[in-house]
Write a protein that binds this ligand. Structure first.
Ligand code: TMP
Ligand code: ASP
Length: 236
């Protein structure tokens, strides 16, 4: 596979064209950002850890019947992915209250959420990723009613698969964010699943093992990601 020109560079990943019109190469960089890009640092090994972690999770999801854009790893910090037409929405499921939910509703961090919540956010750093609802998504043409229903169905399916996967490895999946796109008429999971876009706590001590370590300046960020990978048996 021939890697061609860079098409897009986001806060933590870059996308390159290839000689196949249906495929991209997605590079996981060491760059780490928080607060919509306000806090930026380069953390050694993070790109490699997230690429390998994402490959492991995407393959588990695909095996469970969630269509994903992941095709194969290309190098330590790159993956071959399907070329999706991205939908500019972030689908967030929460099993336990944390992060923006705690601030918005004044609830206690760590509260169990039964049933888990589903929220949509508009992917727009300049507007600080505002929360939107399904009517906004339809009225502004970001997604159709059927597409929203499918994204919600797949996002909850991911919860079933990953809650158990992490629980069996001694961790709680607190919340996570997914992004979807269109591929030849189907809704397909894109972007990544890594500790950059979810919250994971140790099941016994509730120690944070995700990007909150970076957001809150707790230190040992990549070390925590490596511990999560190690517990799941992801080869690094
Ligand atoms: P929040 O508590 O900040 O709303 O985030 C909920 C989850 O979604 C958390 O695991 C982080 C993830 N997330 C991102 O990775 N990027 C984003 O832009 C947003 C809004 C959330
Ligand atoms: N990923 C977003 C950012 O870089 C939001 C966050 O994770 O805090 O700013």
């Amino acid at each position: 596979m021939e890697k061609r020109e860079q098409l897009y560079s986001g806060k933590a990943k870059s996308v390159y064209g290839t000689d196949d019109a249906d495929l991209y190469i997605m590079e996981f960089r060491d760059d780490t950002t928080a607060f919509d890009g306000l806090k930026v640092e380069s953390l050694a090994r993070k790109g490699m850890v997230n690429n390998k972690f994402n490959a492991f999770i995407m393959q588990k999801l695909e095996a469970a019947g969630v269509p994903t854009h992941f095709v194969r790893m290309h190098s330590d910090n790159e993956a071959v992915v399907k070329r999706l037409e991205m939908i500019p929405l972030e689908c967030v499921v929460r099993n336990i209250a944390a992060g923006s939910l705690v601030k918005r509703l004044g609830v206690t961090e760590g509260m169990d959420l039964t049933p888990p919540t589903f929220e949509l956010f508009l992917k727009n750093d300049a507007l600080h990723d505002p929360m939107v609802n399904e009517y906004h998504a339809r009225s502004f043409g970001w997604a159709t009613e059927a597409e929203i229903a499918r994204m919600k169905e797949l996002t909850f399916k991911v919860n079933d698969v990953l809650k158990k996967l992490f629980r069996d490895a001694g961790m709680l999946l607190v919340d996570y964010k997914l992004e979807f796109g269109r591929f030849h008429g189907d809704i397909v999971l894109g972007d990544e699943f890594s500790p950059d876009g979810c919250r994971l706590w140790d099941a016994d001590t509730r120690k944070k093992l995700d990007k909150d370590r970076f957001r809150q300046g707790l230190g040992s960020v990549v070390e925590a990601y490596e511990e999560v990978a190690h517990r799941l048996g992801v080869p690094l």
